[in-house]
Design a protein around this ligand. Structure first.
Ligand code: SF4
Length: 295
């Protein structure tokens, strides 16, 4: 039986609420990491920067307003229900598009999307391929939506390298280090490093972004990648870039890796940097139209 309760109106409503939540409150794992970093800093400048960030987060939550003027571009992930009974991908796309336009007006969001050449701005965060929606098959009975609004400061520091397979893990670490040093204070540290390893150029980039959906206190289920996440987090935090690039003990809040098998002659490595404003929100939508929100 096809759902007659999950309509485009339900998805539009969930989209508005997801964007409002993501923009005005950070997930608990991110806030906890920032509080831990604040306690650990002993120098005045990084401690003040972290205090300002934490105050900003509190103020955004209390006032129900976005925590940063750059409210990002609308990137969505949609896990389709197993039987495909809830709503078709094209109907979901239309509903998310309407929800983004509505959220731009009422949250409100800064209208960030522009034509890449003419720079004309539709004014509602829509446009060609915007909002961008990643559709993913799933074995669940419900539909799941996640939003990851991405600001330009951190997104502009993204990097891809097609290193050779013989460079292996050593080459991966070197590329991550080079990318972090090049980024410096531009992505508003402390940051989260999303790393995609393997697949192809585009797949590794997609995995790097998708990895940012995972809470930073959850390690990869594969012990090899979990160990690499921890090692990179510990070693790279000693680099000294610090909060907002002004020096200090905390450059990273977390490192998340996702991987895919790749061609025997390739080893793509992609990095998607997320700033301290690591905004994400999820919603589960059941076949009866019930919506359950989370991080
Ligand atoms: S990088 Fe993040 S915190 Fe910095 S301006 Fe952009 S969205 Fe805001």
């Amino acid at each position: 039986m096809v759902s007659d309760t999950v309509t485009e109106v339900v998805i539009e409503k969930a989209t508005v609420e997801l964007l409002r939540r993501a923009e005005t409150r950070l997930p608990i794992d991110i806030v906890t990491a920032l509080e831990k970093a604040y306690k650990a800093e002993t120098e005045e400048i990084p401690k003040t920067q972290l205090k300002n960030i934490l105050n900003n987060i509190d103020l955004a939550k209390e006032s129900n307003i976005p925590m940063c003027q750059d409210t990002g571009i609308p990137v969505f992930f949609v896990w389709l229900d197993k039987a495909g009974l809830i709503l078709s991908p094209s109907a979901i796309s239309d509903a998310i598009g309407s929800g983004v336009a509505r959220a731009t007006e009422i949250v409100p969001l800064r209208p960030n999307t522009v034509h890449p050449i003419t720079r004309s701005n539709p004014g509602d965060n829509t446009g060609e391929h915007m909002p961008y929606i990643n559709f993913i098959p799933s074995d669940k009975e419900y539909l799941e939506l996640a939003v990851l609004p991405k600001g330009a400061g951190s997104e502009n520091m993204s990097a891809l390298s097609m290193i050779t397979p013989t460079q292996g893990v050593k080459g991966i670490k070197q590329f991550v280090l080079d990318t972090l040093l090049h980024a410096g204070g531009k992505p508003c540290p402390p940051i989260i490093l999303g790393i995609g390893i393997g697949g192809s150029a585009d797949i590794s980039m997609k995995l790097a972004k998708e990895s940012l959906l995972r809470p930073i206190d959850q390690r990869h289920s594969d012990p090899q990648f979990a160990a690499l996440e921890l090692e990179l987090y510990e070693v790279l935090n000693d680099i000294g870039i610090g909060p907002m690039g002004l020096g200090g003990k905390t450059t990273l809040l977390g490192v998340n890796i996702e991987f895919a098998h790749c061609h025997t002659a390739s080893l793509p490595v992609a990095i998607n940097i997320q700033c301290w404003a690591s905004r994400r929100a999820r919603a589960k939508i059941s076949i009866d139209g019930a919506i359950e929100y989370g991080d």
